[in-house]
Structures are given as C-alpha cells and as structure tokens.
Write a protein that binds this ligand. Structure first.
Ligand code: LP5
Ligand code: MN
Length: 243
C-alpha cells in the first residue's frame, strides 16, 4: 500500500558508524518502497555549515539520499536544534527539499502538522532564548563566516554547556508544554495528525482542543535502535528497524 515514512533524532556522527550503516540500510530496504521520507530534524549530531559536506563520513549518507531521491522517493528535511544550519548546498547534494518548522502538508486527504518539536518546550526558557539568538539570520551569517575549525570548536563548547544545563533541568521542563501544543494545533486549524521528535520519548498522544481531536505522535531517537513512523491512507504505525 502507498505510504510515507517519518524519522527524526538519528544524531548521525562519525563516532557511531553502526547508526550510519543502519540508516543507509533503512534507505535501501525500507524507504525505497515509500512515496516519501520526512526527516524531522536532528538528523546529524550537529551541523557546522554546508562546507562540512566535503569531509569523510557525510559522503555515504549524501550518496544514499541522492540515490533514493533519484529513484523517485521524495525526501523532505526539517531542521532540528542540532542541524538548523543545513542549507541549500546539502539540499542540492542530496536532492531533498527543506521544509520550514512547523509545516502542514496534505497526505492521503488529511492535513498533517510536522515539527521538530523543540519550539514546543516553552518551559525551557533558557533554551528558547538561545534558540531565538541562533535562528536569527544575521547571527547565522556571522557564525558561518568563521573558519570551519572555529565553528566546530564553538559547537563543542556549546555541547558541554548544554549537557551541564540539561543536568539541572527537570524532565518536565524538557518536555513539550501542553498549552504550546494546543496553541499550535489551533493556529493550524486543528489538523487531525501531528508528528514531531526532539524529546526522544516515542509515544502516541491524544489532544482535544476546542472540541477537535488530534493524534500526536512523538518519534523515537536512533541511539539504541532505529525507529520510524509509517503513514498510509488507513493507518499510522510506529515501527522499529528490526520489524
Ligand atoms: O540537543 P539536546 O537535545 O542535547 O539539548 C537541547 C538543547 N541544547 C541545544 C544545544 C545543542 O545541543 C548544541 C549543538 C547544536 C549545534 C548547532 C550549530 C549552531 C552553532 C551555535 C554556536 C553557538 O540545542 C537544550 C535543551 C534540550 O534540547 C531539551 O529541550 O534543554 O538547551 C540547552 O541546554 C541550552 C541552554 O539552556 C542555554 C545555552 C546557552 C548557551 C550560551 C552560549 C554558549 C556559547 C559557548 C561557546 C563559546
Ligand atoms: Mn532536538
């Protein structure tokens, strides 16, 4: 049956080659049979700018995505908090299309709301302030004008700072805020389906907003085992790579 696939939070990096291999196998065996693949952010552990494409470990990933898109599977990418610097160079190299966060797409006659999910964590005030700063175009232009080694060094320091701060934040602060979810559903005219990642807490939730019901699916990360969501005209199913 015709279907689309959704993934997020793979955190691909050169220190976890087994995940890169699992992803490439997933493209060849599973995504190749889909109509479209939606990558909803944190695809990479971090992205320092499209000039990293020239370096080693990205190339097999780029080739596999290019192969998939050349064979007629539409590939879409939405930025996460780790890879929002992915730009036109990466899109050109892979054949994928970049979607803004959030986006509503029509699938099988139904509007589906897509997001990475970080912007819904409205209790995490320190993160949202940081997010506002780094999503600013002028800030990004200035950051990308620095040499690659300088950018990577800054990101590594930021990762340390982020881990330190996360250890002081509660699980509730780092989850999506129910009011923010409701506001988002209202803003997009109550889509019956909402798919996002970021929290690494895979789960199906139900929301009733202004009397309208919405099913919200949270995607899982790929740290232990790869997982994806499969959507067809009749069903939405969470699957693990081994299924
Ligand atoms: O990523 P994750 O899930 O572990 O944590 C996120 C939030 N942290 C981040 C930071 C990223 O992990 C860092 C890597 C991204 C690099 C992208 C390239 C851009 C370059 C930018 C260079 C300055 O997103 C974390 C959330 C958590 O999700 C749960 O939602 O809590 O947020 C934080 O921890 C942010 C802190 O609360 C605030 C950070 C202030 C940093 C101040 C600038 C420090 C600059 C250091 C270098 C000199
Ligand atoms: Mn994230």
């Amino acid at each position: 049956m015709e279907h689309c696939l959704f993934i997020s939070d793979l955190h691909l990096c050169d220190s976890r080659p087994h995940i890169t291999n699992a992803f490439i196998q997933f493209l060849e065996k599973t995504a190749a049979k889909a109509q479209a693949l939606y990558i909803l952010g944190d695809f990479f552990e971090y992205w320092a700018g499209d000039d990293v494409i020239e370096f080693g470990f990205h190339q097999p990933i780029i080739n596999a995505l290019k192969n998939l898109s050349t064979n007629g599977v539409k590939v879409f990418f939405m930025a996460g908090n780790r890879d929002f610097l992915i730009g036109k160079g990466f899109a050109r190299a892979t054949g994928l299309h970049i979607l803004p966060d959030p986006s509503v797409i029509m699938l099988y006659g139904k509007p589906v709301l897509l997001s990475h999910g970080d912007a819904l964590c409205t209790d995490d005030v320190a993160y949202l302030e940081f997010r506002a700063q780094v999503r600013n175009t002028a800030w990004q232009t200035q950051f990308l004008s620095q040499p690659l080694a300088t950018r990577i060094a800054t990101i590594e320091q930021l990762r340390i700072k982020s881990e330190q701060e996360k250890s002081t934040k509660s699980m509730q602060i780092m989850d999506v805020n129910a009011v923010a979810v409701g506001d988002c559903l209202r803003r997009f005219s109550y889509p019956p389906l909402f798919i996002h990642g970021h929290t690494h807490r895979p789960m199906q939730h139900f929301h009733t907003v202004d009397g309208k019901t919405c099913e919200r699916w949270v995607l899982g990360d790929w740290y232990e085992q790869g997982s994806y969501l499969e959507l067809s005209a009749t069903s939405c199913t969470a699957r693990k790579l081994a299924d």
